[in-house]
Design a protein around this ligand. Structure first.
Ligand code: AMP
Ligand code: MN
Ligand code: MN
Ligand code: MN
Length: 282
């Protein structure tokens, strides 16, 4: 085992700056308490939490990796691209993410209109207490509101019945293109990785095209060990990493204590033959 692969590394999680519930400082403290040694905050489409998260992480003795999870539309579906070890001050990255965030405000209004029509009224106002960054309204916030109102028992049920892709209150968004997202990340000095590749509804032909195009655009990594994968998918995407020569990432995708299946830092190690995406950062 190399030194890099024996570290407890968690390169995917969310603060209240996007759709997590803890502040950037509190999530840094939780990562540290859970034994994380190398840690990235990767809020959706937003860099606002990075300076506080980084300051807190460093004060606690963790190595901090500035990150972001970018919403992308590829082949009519949403794909999440992680940007890891980015320069948060990069102007093109910041400008690109601002455009992506603008699409969320419009979508939130349309989601609320659909929920109104389904008899679940008042969600546009009702969701606000769950949102701490007005530029970053997520389906997750709507789901929390709907569970609290008693419309569904669980967040999963909200997505299954109403907010999941293709469900009655889901609204299609044109996010960034794959090419834009990879360019923003690489031009900001970072590495792009496909988040939770097992979670998409692509055909095997489409998956192959996604991996080929991503690699050709300069994408370097995929998440192998993530809170969104089953144990079988750990092996499946480890093999994809080998086949395509991708660097491998590991991240909990932690959102909140009550909701996330896997806590910060509480994941199996990467298979030891894979090259960690953090290999030359530590
Ligand atoms: P958005 O980026 O606003 O479209 O919201 C996507 C977010 O919803 C993801 O980042 C997850 O946090 C959450 N999400 C998606 N699917 C589910 C699900 N089935 N159960 C719970 N949360 C989900
Ligand atoms: Mn999320
Ligand atoms: Mn994601
Ligand atoms: Mn995530």
């Amino acid at each position: 085992m190399t030194a890099a692969s024996s570290l407890n590394v968690d390169l995917h999680c969310h603060s209240a700056v996007s759709d997590g519930v803890l502040t950037p400082a509190d999530i840094a403290a939780r990562a540290h308490a859970n034994g994380v040694q190398v840690w990235a905050l990767t809020d959706h489409d937003e860099l606002l939490g990075l300076s506080l998260a980084g300051a807190t992480a460093r004060a606690l003795g963790m190595r901090f990796i500035p990150g972001v999870e970018i919403s992308v539309t590829w082949a009519n579906q949403t794909v999440h691209i992680l940007g890891l070890n980015i320069d948060p001050d990069n102007a093109a990255l910041r400008a690109g993410l601002a455009v992506v965030r603008a699409g969320r405000i419009k979508r939130a209004k349309e989601i609320a209109t659909r929920l109104d029509a389904l008899g679940m009224t008042g969600s546009l106002e009702g969701v606000l207490p769950y949102v701490s960054n007005p530029e970053l309204i997520s389906r997750t916030h709507f789901a929390r509101f709907m569970v609290k109102q008693g419309y569904c028992k669980t967040m999963q049920a909200v997505f299954d019945k109403y907010l999941g892709d293709g469900k009655p209150a889901s609204v299609r968004v044109q996010w960034a293109s794959l090419e834009e997202a990879v360019a923003w990340v690489t031009n900001a000095g970072g590495r792009a990785a496909i988040a939770h590749p097992g979670r998409y509804a692509y055909s095997s032909t489409q998956y192959g095209a996604l991996f080929d195009q991503f690699k050709q655009m300069g994408g370097e990594g995929i998440e192998v060990i993530t809170g969104s994968h089953t144990v079988a998918q750990y092996s499946q995407y480890a093999q994809i990493a080998r086949n395509y020569g991708f660097l491998a990432s590991r991240g909990s995708d932690f959102h909140s204590p009550g909701e996330s299946r896997i806590d910060l830092g509480c994941l199996p190690a990467l298979p030891s033959d894979l090259k960690p995406i953090w290999h030359d950062w530590v």
